[in-house]
Structure formats: structure tokens, C-alpha cells
Design a binder for this molecule. Structure first.
Ligand SMILES: Nc1ncnc2c1ncn2[C@@H]1O[C@H](COP(=O)(O)OP(=O)(O)OP(=O)(O)O)[C@@H](O)[C@H]1O
Ligand SMILES: [Mg+2]
Length: 169
């Protein structure tokens, strides 16, 4: 299922991200792609809040590459591949210990992952684009295995009065 949300301002992104966070199941991989400043870290903060993590603790992992939030329910790992560039060596950043079916993984700059990357399996793909200075378009692609999360997310968006478009493909 595909869902498209246009967040007119940062507070919409925050609401939407909290919805997503509240619907996630242990072991979900989320791959985010989109330009510098598109809102990947901003979205991750809001998702973290939905997982019960203090969003002020979530900062860009551009230099440290990986941040771990064991206090989340489920726990969260936030990764930024920007500094590693194309086909990053994931062993080097110690990501595999978190591919345990428990942690939520949120990856910025997933366009750098190789075709065969294990992170791509059953991942929720989020593509972010600029839609004016304050508006951002979020395109969510939920694979078959994550339809339950998609349904929960859709319901939360409706409850929060956030408009979205959906298609089956
Ligand atoms: N609707 C919106 N949603 C999200 N961020 C917004 C929105 N409108 C404005 N912004 C601003 O856009 C910027 C997004 O920055 P953020 O660090 O989240 O981007 P990023 O995609 O993580 O960039 P990078 O690739 O450098 O890590 C912030 O300064 C935020 O305040
Ligand atoms: Mg970022």
C-alpha cells in the first residue's frame, strides 16, 4: 500500500511521525530517502516520540552515524549513511546486532544502500520531497508484510485530521 501525506508545516510532520511511531511493530526497518533538509531527522524525532522516547534526545547522527535509544518501546536505532557514501560497509558501524527482530531501525540516506542490502527486506520506504519552503511531501510505501502498520497509521492520520492519498500499489 502507498500513502502520500503533504505536511504543510513542521507541526504536521510531528503529528504524522507520532502516529507512525505509535503503530510500529518490533523489528521494522524504515528506509528514508530525500535531499538535505527534506525532514528525515525531523520525522525520526516524531517517530521516536511515538515510541515513548524524549524527542529532544534525537539529534542528527551525521557524524556519529548510529544512535541507539534502548528506552523506546520498541527500542530504536537511528542511522545516517550520508558520511559513508555509496554501498556503505554496514559491519563497520555495527548495525547487524540490531537486526534482531526487536529494534526499529530508521535509516537516513538509504539511497546509498546497495541493491542486495539486507536492510531492504520488508522495509517501509519513505521518500521525502520539498513542496515549498515549509511543505514536505512524504511518500510511504508499505510492503505486504507491513499492512497492519499501514492500517493503524491510516486510522491515526484520520483521527488526527491529517489528509492523505492512498493507492493499492
Ligand atoms: N513540513 C516540514 N516538515 C519537516 N521539516 C520541516 C518542515 N518545514 C520546515 N522544515 C524544516 O526543514 C528542516 C529539515 O531538517 P532535517 O534535519 O530534518 O532534514 P534531513 O532530511 O534530516 O537532512 P539531512 O539530509 O541533512 O540529514 C528543519 O530545519 C525543519 O525545521
Ligand atoms: Mg538528517
Amino acid at each position: 500500500m502507498r500513502l502520500i501525506v503533504r505536511a504543510e508545516r513542521e507541526s504536521d510532520t510531528a503529528k504524522m511521525g507520532r502516529c507512525l511511531g505509535s503503530c510500529l511493530k518490533p523489528g521494522t526497518n524504515i528506509l528514508m530517502s530525500g535531499d538535505l533538509g527534506a525532514g528525515k531527522t525531523t520525522l525520526t524525532k516524531a517517530v521516536a516520540e511515538g515510541l515513548g522516547i524524549d524527542p529532544q534526545h534525537v539529534t542528527s547522527p551525521t557524524f556519529s552515524i548510529l544512535h541507539h535509544f534502548p528506552e523506546g518501546n520498541p527500542p530504536l536505532v537511528h542511522v545516517d549513511l550520508y558520511r559513508l557514501g555509496e554501498n556503505p560497509d554496514l559491519d563497520e558501524i555495527g548495525i547487524e546486532e540490531y537486526l534482531d527482530g526487536v529494534h526499529i531501525l530508521m535509516v537516513e540516506w538509504s539511497e546509498y544502500l546497495g541493491e542486495e542490502s539486507p536492510l531492504k527486506q520488508k522495509a517501509l520506504l519513505i521518500s521525502l520531497t520539498f513542496n515549498g519552503e515549509l511543505c514536505r511531501k512524504f511518500d510511504f510505501e508499505f510492503p505486504q508484510e507491513l499492512q497492519g502498520i499501514a492500517g493503524c497509521f491510516q486510522k491515526c492520520l484520520e483521527e488526527q485530521g491529517i489528509k492523505y492519498e492512498s493507492t493499492g500499489t
